[in-house]
Design a protein around this ligand. Structure first.
Ligand SMILES: C[S@@+](CC[C@H](N)C(=O)[O-])C[C@H]1O[C@@H](n2cnc3c(N)ncnc32)[C@H](O)[C@@H]1O
Length: 235
């Protein structure tokens, strides 16, 4: 029997390596009645892949999130999913929603959290991708008084370039379709030689390019990012 009945738990499963899941994340997954997660058009979920070791007899609730630029498509999916989850909670089920990385950092969980009653929700933090990027590179994100900013490839060129100018360390998330734009912004800001690129951190297909001038000038996968840090640092 579940300890947390009628409860909705957003569980961060970390960026890719299942060994980076917390003990708390595993405990909540193992004791869930229902495991919910987003799937893409191909039926794939990165978050479920990461947590698979701990999923046995729990009921699965895949939520199809089609690739669309129109926010109304996402809104309709979250509206319907939150209704489904609410009826499970009313039935005293414990529902765990798997979130890649951390559940409150650029995460789909936030849209469900805002639609459900906060008295019956819990959030379990996870290691987010910028932290695991720094560890994969064995390179500090920040040192001493350095400033740090996280942006996305969905920002426009002017915003990306002004961030590259004004901050010491910058992580650029959601780099996939924006790869070419980001490379141009790095060049215009004279920071090409301070940038590193990572794909699928912690997964079998992890790819790291420390010389971003070697990257093809074409779109990359969704699970990719750039990390920019100052060249001259104290040793
Ligand atoms: C919707 S956000 C999810 C962020 C996540 N909640 C976190 O805490 O890292 C998706 C973006 O995170 C980044 N990302 C997440 N996991 C990654 C990984 N394993 N490798 C590379 N980038 C990743 C990519 O930039 C991707 O476009």
């Amino acid at each position: 029997m579940s300890v947390y009945i009628g409860c909705f738990v957003g569980v961060g499963v970390g960026p890719g390596d299942p060994e980076l899941m917390t003990l708390k994340a595993v405990r909540h997954i193992e004791s869930a009645d229902v495991i919910a997660f987003l799937v893409n058009d191909k039926g794939h979920s990165q978050a479920k892949d990461i947590a698979n070791l701990f999923i046995e007899s729990q009921t699965l609730l895949p939520i199809l999130m089609p690739m669309a630029d129109d926010a109304k498509v996402g809104d309709a999916v979250y509206d319907q999913a939150s209704e489904q989850i609410q009826s499970l909670l009313d039935d005293n089920k414990k529902v765990v929603f798997l979130c890649e990385g951390d559940p409150l950092f650029y995460a789909s969980f936030t849209y469900l959290l805002s639609r459900l009653d906060h008295n019956s929700t819990l959030v379990v933090p996870g290691i987010s991708s910028p932290q695991s990027a720094a560890c994969a590179l064995q390179h500090p994100l920040t040192m001493l008084t350095e400033s740090y900013c996280v942006i996305t490839g969905r920002h426009d060129d002017a915003f990306i370039e002004s961030t590259l100018k004004n901050y010491d360390s910058i992580v650029i998330m959601k780099a996939g379709r924006a790869r070419v734009k980001i490379l141009n912004c790095l060049e215009n800001s004279n920071r090409l030689n301070e940038a590193k690129y990572l794909e699928y951190i912690g997964r079998d297909n992890e790819f790291i390019e420390e010389d971003v001038t070697q990257l093809d000038k074409q779109a990359g996968p969704y699970f990719s990012m750039f990390v920019v840090t100052k060249k001259d640092r104290p040793r």
